[in-house]
Design a protein around this ligand. Structure first.
Ligand SMILES: CC(C)[C@H](C(=O)O)[C@@H](O)C(=O)O
Ligand code: SF4
Length: 470
């Protein structure tokens, strides 16, 4: 029998129909829905007189447009409010396996709540009208981000039209040093292969450094697979995966659990499975990372300096770097640890889970946000993460250190709610995208880990978390 990659296994177990040119219809097990990309899909469905094929595949929540404070005042912005109310109406009309509306104590970022609820399970095909759906690949899922017309297609048919990608193994071996996290691993990877490095590929993340990560860490890595250009990113099942899922709301129970875990354990690439490309990284060489430009590949170690355009021989790259530095208001050769910041955002589907908040609180404990930092936000990824953090007293640590402790949502990751940067403001952000205007018109985003974001908040400029006693 030919050896198979995990990608082959996930793919083959979901093909409903394949054309000679490789285009296939894949059956979709889980459909995650949020308020931004679903209104027209539900509308289209209604106009054609159709109903969702399998309502029990749907898990829905409101996240992008919901405010993170003063919930008693509702949603002030009329467009945001309309989107959230439309989701409400649509789900009430068609139904869902689970719906966590605005203000529900389980509401949160769609990519945080899926796994948290056990609604994301190994071997599933998962879709969402959202590019960071790759996050769910941490559970050995084939998780595609899709567009609104595909959301409608999945609602109507429970299938997605896809062409199989090539397969890439990203192998990260060795041990990361203290203070180096999953976020640093994935930023270092994108720095190495570039934002187009994964284009045309499905990426499997493997190696001892990935195996050593918790599920939260693996989600952080898979979350940013899309920023490396890949359609999907995933990690094979191991005991860490299974342990995380035990007892969650929608995880299988009793005899079903045993059957499921037996199957889940097969969701690994065979030992000699062929990959179209292999990229290797030594974890022990990775330092805490900070982006300096307007693309996640414009990243450097905290020990480095901002580059100069002339460092790049490719004229297109040189031009891109010059433009990025101008937008970012940075002078070439400035040591990264001397760049002062205005705001700090700890949150997003990349880094808002309990482990992220614990890592951030460990650095914040007994310290205080610097005077030049105007706003430092901690935004849990879900209501349940918030509850857990509060049970552990993390909220008190953050508030004592001068951070604001908010309600869950996408928040300052993107400028779709009240949390945003003003023109020219510089932000240390644990999110995943740093293009122009991402956090607000004219805003300047630097991506980094939660621990590094707190280190920056405390120093008032980027700073090496490894130099702090934790
Ligand atoms: C609004 C949504 C469609 C978008 C996405 O697809 O990723 C958002 O979540 C983002 O991170 O930019
Ligand atoms: S937290 Fe950010 S990246 Fe994630 S879904 Fe929300 S807007 Fe997109």
């Amino acid at each position: 029998m030919m050896s198979k990659t995990l990608y082959d296994k996930l793919w083959e177990s979901h093909v409903v129909h394949a054309e000679a040119d490789g285009t296939a219809l894949l059956y979709i097990d889980r459909h995650l829905v949020h308020e931004v990309t679903s209104p027209q899909a539900f509308e289209g469905l209604k106009l054609s007189g159709r109903k969702p094929w399998r309502v029990s595949s749907i898990v829905a929540t409101a996240d992008h447009n919901t405010p993170t404070d003063h919930w008693e005042q509702g949603i002030k912005d009329p467009i945001s409010r309309q989107q959230v109310e439309t989701l409400d109406a649509n789900i009430h009309e068609v139904g869902a396996l689970a719906y966590f509306p605005f203000k529900d104590k389980r509401q949160g970022i769609v990519h945080v709540i899926g796994p948290e609820q056990g609604a994301t399970l190994p071997g599933m095909t998962v879709v969402c009208g959202d590019s960071h759906t790759s996050t769910h690949g941490a559970f050995a899922c084939l998780a595609h981000g899709i567009g609104t017309s595909e959301v409608e297609h999945v609602l109507a048919t429970q299938c997605l039209l896809q062409k199989k990608s090539k397969s890439m193994l990203v192998k990260i071996e060795g041990k990361v040093g203290a203070g180096v996290t999953a976020k640093d691993i994935v930023l270092a990877l994108i720095g190495k292969i570039g934002t187009a490095g994964g284009t045309g590929y499905a990426i499997e993340f493997g190696g001892s450094a990935i195996r050593a990560l918790t599920m939260e860490g693996r989600m952080t890595v898979c979350n940013m697979a899309i920023e490396a250009g890949a359609r999907v990113g995933f990690v094979a099942v191991d005991e860490t995966t299974i342990e995380y899922l035990k007892g969650r709301t929608f995880s299988p129970k009793a005899a079903d659990w045993d059957k499921a875990t037996t199957y889940w354990r097969t969701l690994v690439s065979d030992a000699d499975a062929p990959f179209d490309a292999v990229v290797e990284l030594d974890a022990s060489h990775i330092a805490p990372q900070v982006t300096w430009g307007t693309s996640p590949e414009m990243v450097a170690s905290i020990e480095a300096n901002v580059p100069a355009p002339e460092d790049f021989s490719d004229p297109v790259k040189r031009e891109g770097v010059a433009r990025a530095l101008e937008y970012m208001g940075l002078v070439p050769r400035t040591p990264i640890n001397q760049i002062a910041i205005d705001k700090v955002f700890i949150g997003s589907c990349t880094n808002s889970r309990i482990e992220d908040l614990r890592a951030a609180a460990a650095v914040a404990k007994g310290r205080h946000v610097a005077a030049n930092v105007k706003l430092a936000l901690v935004v849990p990824g879900s209501g349940l993460v918030k509850q857990q953090a509060e049970a552990e007293g993390l909220d008190k640590i953050f508030v004592a250190a001068g951070f604001e402790w908010r309600q869950p949502g996408c928040s300052m990751c993107l400028a779709m709610n009240d949390d945003r940067l003003l023109p020219g403001e510089r932000c240390a952000s644990t999110s995943n995208r740093n293009f122009e205007g991402r956090q607000g018109n004219g805003g300047r985003t630097h991506l980094l880990s939660p621990a590094m974001a707190v280190a920056a908040a405390i120093a008032g400029h980027f700073s090496d978390v490894r130099e702090l006693t934790i």
